[in-house]
Design a protein around this ligand. Structure first.
Ligand code: SF4
Ligand code: SF4
Length: 78
């Protein structure tokens, strides 16, 4: 990353994926309106554009296995 600018005011959400519960259905990736999530080779999601997340919670609500959660991180101050 050559861009040194950091959006320090913006608090990024924590997107947690429970790898044991995830069945790699791809629903969360499909429903994310901001393409925050990508599909790994094994079919499970990974967070590739966390700074794009708008905390709409669609991924969490749509996941049939409760394997992905999104929450605000008020402590982060990188
Ligand atoms: S909360 Fe919304 S924007 Fe963020 S990863 Fe989930 S679906 Fe995408
Ligand atoms: S919707 Fe849930 S089970 Fe399906 S790929 Fe996403 S995290 Fe895994």
């Amino acid at each position: 990353m050559s861009d040194q600018k950091v959006q320090s005011e913006k608090k990024l959400p924590i997107i947690a994926i429970n790898r044991d519960w995830c069945k790699a259905c791809g629903i969360c990736v499909a429903f994310c309106p901001k393409q925050v999530l990508s599909t790994r080779e094994d079919g499970q999601p990974e967070v590739t554009q966390r700074d794009e997340c708008i905390e709409c919670m669609l991924c969490e609500y749509r996941c049939p296995d409760f394997a992905i959660t999104v929450r605000s991180d008020d402590d982060e101050s990188e």
